[in-house]
Design a protein around this ligand. Structure first.
Ligand code: URA
Length: 199
């Protein structure tokens, strides 16, 4: 996206922008090697203007700290920058309008690894940002923890799909799978660091 384009201009005509209290852009380290991408802000996120500050956020914080990661190490953002009413699923047109902002963030942060949280974020990246192809992509249950080398808007990225932290609150049997997947994430980050020092 053109550096000079103000992302708010892109989303300002969407209903979810008109109805939200705050735009939720992201949080964490802008120089991080890992980005976590969720779906959309919920009620708490809308109120505070920050992603993952509600129940799912608390769960994500706990799960990250258990593998030795904090906001110093990661950057967290969402597919949609505004809360859909009643937390309904994102609509294709909303994804189309809001994701150029996410692409701009990824371009600026240049992460080595992107962890997509849940189905929407995962399908967005697997479809290479083409919203019309999202439905054709595999679901999170069959693809979590698999490292996919993708070229996303010209950037070489390792995509690692993970279960959404909100799903893990209710399905505790997903927790061991999350920790196994996080070991894969940490190894990939370590590998990219080693590769960087070899160049
Ligand atoms: N769920 C998400 O996907 N994102 C948030 O910011 C909060 C909950």
């Amino acid at each position: 996206m053109d550096e000079l384009i103000d992302p708010i201009q892109l989303v300002k005509d969407t209903e979810i922008y008109k109805n939200c209290k705050n735009i939720v852009i992201g949080k964490g380290n802008l120089s991080a090697d890992i980005m976590f991408i969720g779906e959309a802000p919920g009620k708490n996120e809308d109120e505070q203007g920050l992603p993952f500050v509600g129940k799912a956020g608390k769960n994500l914080d706990d799960m990250l700290s258990k593998v030795g990661l904090s906001l110093e190490d990661v950057y967290i953002a969402n597919i949609l920058k505004c809360r859909p009413p009643e937390n309904r699923n994102p609509l294709p047109d909303e994804i189309r309008t809001h994701t150029p902002w996410l692409v701009k963030q990824i371009n600026e942060i240049k992460p080595k690894v992107i962890c997509s949280l849940g189905n929407y974020a995962t399908k967005f990246f697997l479809a290479d940002g083409n919203v019309d192809k999202m439905d054709d992509q595999p679901g999170i249950t069959s693809i979590h923890g698999r490292v996919k080398n993708i070229v996303f808007h010209g950037m070489d990225i390792k995509l690692i799909p993970l279960f959404h932290p909100a799903a893990i609150i209710y399905k505790r049997d997903l927790l061991p799978l999350w920790f196994a997947d996080m070991e894969i994430v940490k190894n990939e980050v370590k590998l990219t660091k080693i590769q960087k020092t070899l160049i």
